[in-house]
Design a protein around this ligand. Structure first.
Ligand SMILES: [Zn+2]
Length: 349
């Protein structure tokens, strides 16, 4: 389990107005010229702020392109447009643009700057990219970003369900680590204690101030970033992804309506933690009640039938990946909770 070397972000700026200083961070790192990949339909004011920050440092982007879809094919296509004079690749926006930029940078062997405009999941700092290849979703190893730039003012303006999605994805670390430890007890799968500790601790840090103000978003962004670091330390996605992510992946494959990743993983973590025992179920429940997480789910309730199919399919989504779902027929218990738990009223139809 010991890695010869781990890579972690060298530059981390999680603060208000950070995007206005992006050009400065690049210039100081002597990583110019740079190519910029951004989300489709991104708010013009965000893109303007980024471009102005580059102009302030007399940096002309070597390439400015909009990412249309989160696929390997798109990353390869855009990578081929990046001039060889480029010294870095910047991804600005949501998960789609960041994953494509991260993978394109790894193909080009270039440092990558991640600048998420919301904190809706832990992908912005993870050492892998979630992309489709020939239509099938895959987690492709890329290494972590060289720099993480989170503008708290920008993230605070993002719609509330995106923040709830980040809260849900963070809570799934509780269930992921429990599944990892279960795999150790049942099969001897090695656990990296430091990675597990970082993953667990990151949730508690956020719980100290679980609100969507600037400080709360700073804590959430930091916690999600540390999860990416935990994955790099572990050399696997185990610290961040367990049975709750298997259910979410199965929903992505079989469900009719794509939903925010963290709303799926968070809801699945709430259900799975009730099977795992211990105090996580209560803690997740309290956090979701305090943050209003369920309100975002109720705006567009999940389909109970889609969840039944996904939960049944989840254990076979990833090969050789032991979780609580490997040893329990979980759906009957989940169905009972969905019917009886007052917190879940209106979350499924
Ligand atoms: Zn996730």
């Amino acid at each position: 389990m010991k890695n010869a070397q781990i890579n972690v972000p060298r530059l981390v700026r999680i603060k208000a107005g950070a995007l206005q200083r992006l050009g400065l961070y690049l210039a100081r790192s002597r990583l110019t010229p740079a190519a910029l990949f951004h989300s489709e339909g991104m708010l013009p004011s965000i893109l303007d702020a980024v471009r102005q920050s580059l102009r302030d440092q007399r940096i002309t982007p070597a390439l400015l392109c909009e990412v249309q879809e989160a696929s390997v094919e798109e990353a390869v296509r855009l990578r081929s447009a990046v001039p060889s004079s480029c010294k870095a690749l910047i991804g600005v926006g949501g998960g789609k643009a960041l994953d494509v930029a991260k993978y394109a940078a790894s193909l080009a062997g270039m440092p990558y700057f991640a600048a998420p405009t919301s904190v809706s999941n832990d992908g912005f700092c993870s050492p892998q990219a979630s992309l489709t290849l020939e239509g099938k979703r895959q987690a492709i190893p890329t290494g972590p970003p060289e720099a993480v730039v989170v503008d708290l003012t920008v993230c605070q303006r993002a719609p509330l369900p995106l923040w709830h999605s980040g809260v849900g994805d963070l809570c799934s670390k509780f269930t992921a680590v429990s599944d990892w430890k279960l795999a150790f007890y049942r099969r001897g799968d090695p656990v990296n204690d430091l990675a597990a500790l970082i993953s667990d601790a990151s949730v508690f840090q956020f719980m100290a101030n679980p609100v969507s103000d600037e400080e709360g978003i700073r804590l959430l962004a930091t916690a999600l970033m540390l999860n990416g670091v935990a994955m790099e330390i572990a050399g696997s996605s185990r610290p961040s992804s367990g049975s709750e992510h298997l259910i979410s992946h199965a929903l992505d494959m079989t469900g009719a309506r794509p939903r925010l990743h963290g709303l799926q993983t968070g809801t699945a973590a709430y259900l799975v933690s009730s099977l795992q025992g211990g105090s996580h179920h209560r803690k997740i429940g309290e956090l979701f009640a305090r943050t209003g997480f369920w309100d975002s789910v109720r705006k567009q309730p999940f389909s109970k039938e889609e969840w039944r199919i996904a939960v049944e399919r989840a254990p076979s989504v990833k090969e050789d990946f032991y979780t609580i779902l490997s040893e329990r027929d979980a759906w009957p218990e989940f169905a009972r909770m969905i019917a009886r738990d007052p917190a879940l009223i209106g979350c499924f139809d």
